[in-house]
Design a protein. Sequence first.
Length: 159
Amino acid sequence: MKRPELGYKRVAEIKAYAAGVLRRHNCPIPVDPLRIIEAEDELELHAVGLPDEFEAVTGYNKGTDKFDILVQLPKVEADPIRARFTLAHELGHYCITKHAVDLSEDRIPRYRFPTPMSSDFEELLAEVEADCFAANLLVPEDALKSFLATELTDDRKIS
């Protein structure tokens, strides 16, 4: 199965989710997803041991009525840059309404690693959407445009 593509409308919806989170938390650039996670009352972060193919997973805990982000600490500590994206991706599962509802109602299989060969298109689509959220959270379009406007000059090029 090939990686699902998001339509323009869905990308716009996900960008709006990310922009809303940035506004609600008054996030400075660079965005710190850990700061957002810690500020969310219905979200808890736990360092745990996970199977090797996981860096982190998000689930819903009916006992606490909260969402949990479980992070494999050695993997996250090994690459802080990757960790920012991983935490922003998991935050996407919490912030994208459909994902949160599906998780809280057990409609997404928890702790199952979707691979490109996965037969579960919906689960793989959720991963693509969470990646889209993370990208828009960490590199907001307005901040990127502002940066490019001030940094790009005739004598300075960015690749």
